[in-house]
Design a protein around this ligand. Structure first.
Ligand code: S3P
Ligand code: PEP
Length: 452
């Protein structure tokens, strides 16, 4: 792979020289890696994560767990599937659970998974754990987790806004039990409580009481991963009551987990096939997964491409024609910026619905997409819960990214088709995809060695 040079403040997004034809190996899933780390840290025996994602969000999670006393050793993978599978570089993390200790300070950066999944873990530590992070982390919703943990027996000092910074005064154990929570602003509230619940004295019964719950596949991922380490979980999709999850207290097993490629990070590369009328193969695309990115097969097919899942991976082929789409993205909200980028290049309007909660993601994604696509000549309006996108010819200009990795990758997709797009702070992609600029130029490089 091409070495990443120092990244300029304004990255000139490369125009596609023609139809792309590439195989792109995408690093591990952020959501799986960070759940895997938390579950392994709470287990009663050591475990492995193979092909973990090494990005800002996952390194923050690993560092936070180390700060609390967990051992995490980075090694070359020595056995099992991870050692032979493509693209992992054989890397593995050995997680050695230990007593959780405060005082400690956790830097959450702007990682929703770290700021939501770790306070329940901190409640199990035997001392104070302070949580702090990027300025944006102070604005992202956390009140549901704070209130729920208090109801379950934790002592937490915050400034009364239900947000960071805050200190969780761990006492070495948490009662747990039934709790009501409004998780309409983030599914991560539910995932956070479920992940640590096997270690609560009474487990947990989480009842979501608010309006629609976003990102349900991510809650299913939590439930699946809990079950895979031996937890007993009742969930709505397995015959349980709607909006109620129950986790029984019990020891978790140390497991050997091979992390799937991050299908949401595959999005810009699949979009490149769609936009250029080319072909992109993503190796190791799982046949069955809870990752929301799997929905791209259907969404991008509706928008004009076709795909085939074979033993080589997922091959997505575009025709060069892109159609608009009317779609509810509430289950797959993190795909919205990339879909909006493709929609801005389509031959008919699009309506993206069900994603009001994106206003409280890394940035206000609905406002940012409206403004930045508009400044390139696009016609985008915000609705109460999404975007209307009416394609118009676009021109070059600066695409601001607001420290949002998915804004930066969306801008790169626009830049394939529109000359002169300059992406501000493309380095922000390191939140979940550290080598994005090099992966992108390698995908476009017509050199014979196409495997990125
Ligand atoms: O649990 C997870 O790993 C995630 C859940 C979703 O959060 P929201 O429900 O807050 O959208 C998603 O957008 C985020 O990228 C990752
Ligand atoms: C919303 C996202 O991240 P986070 O885990 O910080 O919520 C995202 O990756 O699109």
């Amino acid at each position: 792979m091409t070495e990443s040079p120092a990244l300029p403040a304004l990255w000139p997004a490369p125009l596609a020289p023609g139809a792309v034809d590439a195989t792109v190996t995408v690093p591990g899933s952020k959501s799986v890696t960070n759940r895997g780390l938390v579950l392994a840290a709470l287990s009663s025996e050591p475990g492995w994560l193979r092909r973990p994602l090494r990005s800002r969000d996952t390194l923050l999670m690993a560092e936070a767990l180390r700060t609390l006393g967990v051992g995490i050793e980075e090694t070359a993978s020595s056995s099992s599937a991870g050692a032979t599978a493509q693209g992992g570089g054989g890397e593995a993390w050995r997680v050695i659970p230990a007593g959780l200790h405060g005082p400690a300070t956790v830097d959450v950066g702007n990682a929703g998974t770290v700021m939501r999944f770790l306070p329940p873990v901190a409640a199990l530590a035997d001392g104070p754990v302070r949580f702090d992070g990027d300025p944006r982390s102070y604005e992202r919703p956390l009140g549901g987790v704070i209130d729920a943990l208090r109801a379950l027996g934790a002592r937490i000092d915050d400034d009364g806004r239900g947000a960071l910074p805050m200190t969780v005064h761990g006492s070495g154990a948490l009662d747990g039990g039934p709790v009501e929570i409004d998780a309409s602003s983030s599914s991560q509230f539910v995932s956070a409580l479920l992940l640590s619940a096997p270690r609560f004295n009474q487990g947990v019964e989480v009842r979501h009481t608010g309006s629609a719950l976003p990102s349900l596949p991510h809650i299913r991922m939590t439930v699946d991963m809990l079950r895979s380490v031996g937890a007993q979980v009742d969930a709505p999709e397995s015959g349980g009551e709607p909006n109620v999850w129950r986790v029984t207290p019990g020891a978790l097993l140390g497991r050997d987990l091979v992390v799937e490629p991050d299908l949401s990070n595959a999005q810009p590369f699949l979009a490149a096939a769609l936009v250029t009328g080319g072909r992109v193969t993503i190796p190791d695309w799982p046949a069955h997964t809870t990752q929301p990115g799997d929905a791209l097969r259907e969404i991008f097919t509706t928008m004009g491409g076709s795909c085939e899942l074979t033993e080589d991976g997922l091959t997505f082929t575009g025709t060069g024609r892109i159609h608009g789409i009317d779609v509810d993205l509430s289950e797959v909200g993190e795909l919205t910026p990339g879909i909006a980028a493709v929609a801005a290049l389509a031959d008919s309007p699009s309506t993206l619905r069900g994603v009001a909660h994106l206003r409280l993601h890394e940035t206000d994604r609905l406002a940012a997409l409206t403004k930045e696509l508009g400044e390139l000549g696009g016609d985008v309006t915000e609705t109460a819960d999404g975007l209307h996108i009416r394609p118009r010819p676009l021109h070059g200009g600066i695409f601001h990214t607001y420290d949002d990795h998915r804004l930066a990758t969306a801008a790169a997709v626009i830049g394939l088709a529109v000359p002169g797009v300059q992406v501000e702070n493309v380095a922000t992609t390191a939140k979940t995809l550290p080598d994005f600029p090099a992966m992108w130029t390698d995908m476009l490089d017509p050199a014979p060695a196409r495997s990125v």
